[in-house]
Design a protein around this ligand. Structure first.
Ligand SMILES: O=P(O)(O)OC[C@H]1O[C@H](OP(=O)(O)OP(=O)(O)O)[C@H](O)[C@@H]1O
Ligand SMILES: Nc1nc2[nH]cnc2c(=O)[nH]1
Length: 189
């Protein structure tokens, strides 16, 4: 299961971003190029495990987009992209994003109270992004049916669980200066 994802992850180079060991992978960086069979494998798997009784698939610019878009094409469910720039439209919601290596602002447009969304992103690490996003959606009265991350690392999951959000992580990895190791695969027990 998820053979292409696992095989490609263990080949990922690791660089330093400050103190943070940052892995580089097609799904989370678009570097090197993205093999469409990899995206196919991942979106097929997400379609099987996610609650897709939703109005829209919600992802965060930039690197959630390839997988979320593949899922949208497969299922016919619309795609909503949380952007890193404002549009100043009525109802736009602004939130602060913090990762292990960056800080920024995200902007939600196109959602209203009562909407049901599944969140699909490429990586969860510190949980800073998903935590801020889930809080903002809860404040808007948007229902989150599921949170899916292709790759998980670090202790962000614990913070998310405290908020009542339990993401489904396809592959959990450990990242060190030596490289990437697979720790867990969703559904393998
Ligand atoms: O759990 P966290 O520590 O918050 O890290 C996860 C976030 O980091 C990446 O986004 P990034 O802001 O680097 O943007 P990108 O998708 O444009 O690379 C990734 O797409 C997640 O959204
Ligand atoms: N590509 C990539 N994206 C991330 N998002 C959060 N952590 C990481 C990381 O180590 N690599």
């Amino acid at each position: 299961m998820l053979e292409r994802l696992k095989d490609s992850l263990v080949k990922s180079p690791v660089i330093k971003r400050g103190e943070y060991n940052y892995f580089i992978h097609p799904i989370s960086d678009g570097v090197p190029s993205i093999d469409p069979r990899l995206v196919q494998e991942i979106s097929d798997y997400i379609e099987r495990i996610a609650d897709l009784n939703v109005d829209t698939i919600l992802t965060v610019e930039a690197m959630g987009i390839p997988v979320a878009n593949a899922l949208s094409l497969k299922t016919g469910i619309p795609l909503t992209i949380v952007r890193k720039r404002p549009y100043f439209l009525e109802g736009e919601v602004e939130l602060s994003q913090s990762t292990g290596y960056s800080k920024g602002t995200l902007y939600i447009n196109g959602l209203k109270k009562g909407d049901r969304v599944v969140i699909v992103d490429d990586v969860v690490s510190t949980g800073g992004t998903l935590l801020a996003l889930a809080k903002a959606l809860q404040n808007m009265g948007v229902e989150i049916t599921d949170v899916i991350s292709v790759i998980g690392r670090g202790d962000g999951l614990l913070k998310l669980k405290e908020l009542g959000v339990e993401p489904k992580i396809l592959v959990t990895i450990d990242v060190s200066e030596k490289g990437v190791e697979i720790q867990d695969v969703f559904g393998d027990q």
